[in-house]
Design a protein around this ligand. Structure first.
Ligand code: AMP
Ligand code: MN
Ligand code: MN
Ligand code: MN
Length: 280
């Protein structure tokens, strides 16, 4: 029996993480994670540096991505694990999503200007080393100029639906995202199901469609998941025949509650997403 520590959801400076791929891999090793998936938002550009570092530090890197997806006007995140990032089809699709991100960022900055937050586009870009602009980069800028004290305060006041800096866009449709991930050899996993503020009924509808179009798994444990959430996720996984994934969703060492490998082990009443992966 091997007892590897898996963390299948994390971010680098290629999206809205603050550690470079190399720094992230070193932290994974320090934290006792054996198998780490790097799953940056809508980009695979951190994977080659992460692979070099993983090889030299004895970490098994799972090549991943976290796709921004729209399903029935809801925005959800679908993680792809074990993807072939060199696929031209994937690159073309991601380039289109990056265009949407750039246009959205311009619109967000214009709206923020109207509520007294100036230079937000340039400011967010300063925080985005890879020019892959997310709301997180706007949030870091807004905190840095003292317009809010914490990240969660910025989101609440400015960056969620109904607030001045929120701009809704159409991301990749869910069925297309699942098919795209599969077409590049990956398996599709619904990220952090408890974070969407969906009713259980709606989540079940989503999972029925997701499983039907070929979705493989669902994250049942993230950093900070409560026991109730974990139990509910496990029951959803089993109900829809989905495998279970676990991942911290690590972004930054500043958040003490979210860290690589910081979550309980997977209970044995679910099928791990890594069952059947090559022995690592
Ligand atoms: P985007 O993909 O540009 O819409 O940005 C989404 C990212 O914002 C997520 O991946 C999180 O990293 C971050 N985020 C969303 N809500 C919050 C929040 N309440 N507090 C801190 N970060 C958040
Ligand atoms: Mn993020
Ligand atoms: Mn996410
Ligand atoms: Mn994430």
């Amino acid at each position: 029996m091997t007892s590897l520590v898996y963390d299948l959801h994390s971010h680098t400076t290629a999206s809205d993480g603050v550690l470079t791929p190399d720094e992230l891999i070193k932290r994974a090793r320090h934290r006792g994670v054996n198998v780490l998936a790097v799953t940056d938002h809508d980009t695979t550009s951190g994977l080659s540096d992460a692979q070099k570092s993983a090889t030299s530090h004895g970490i098994t890197l799972v090549h991943g991505i976290e796709l921004s997806v729209t399903w029935q006007k809801n925005h959800v995140h679908i993680v792809g694990l074990n993807i072939n990032a060199s696929s031209d089809r994937l690159k073309t699709r991601l380039a289109a999503v990056q265009e949407i991100r750039q246009e959205r960022a311009q619109e967000m900055a214009q709206r923020l200007e109207k509520v007294g937050i100036n230079n937000a586009l340039a400011g967010a870009r300063e925080f985005s080393l890879n020019n892959n602009i997310t709301r997180t980069h706007f949030a870091r800028y807004i905190v840095s100029i003292g317009k809010a004290r914490t990240m969660s305060e910025v989101f609440k006041r400015y960056l969620v639906p109904g607030k001045p800096g929120y701009v809704s866009v159409d991301w990749i449709p869910m069925d297309e995202a699942v098919e795209l991930i599969q077409s590049v050899g990956g398996c599709a996993v619904v990220a952090h199901p408890a974070r969407y503020k969906m009713t259980n009924t709606k989540m079940k509808k989503l999972l029925a469609v997701f499983a039907d179009v070929g979705g493989a798994g669902i994250e049942v444990i993230n950093s900070g998941s409560t026991r109730e959430v974990i139990e509910n996720n496990i029951s959803l996984a089993n109900q829809f025949g989905l495998a279970a994934s676990i991942g911290s969703d690590f972004h930054s060492p500043d958040n003490k509650f979210v860290d690589l490998g910081r979550f309980p082990p997977l209970p044995d009443n679910v099928t791990p997403i890594w069952e059947g992966w090559d022995e690592m």
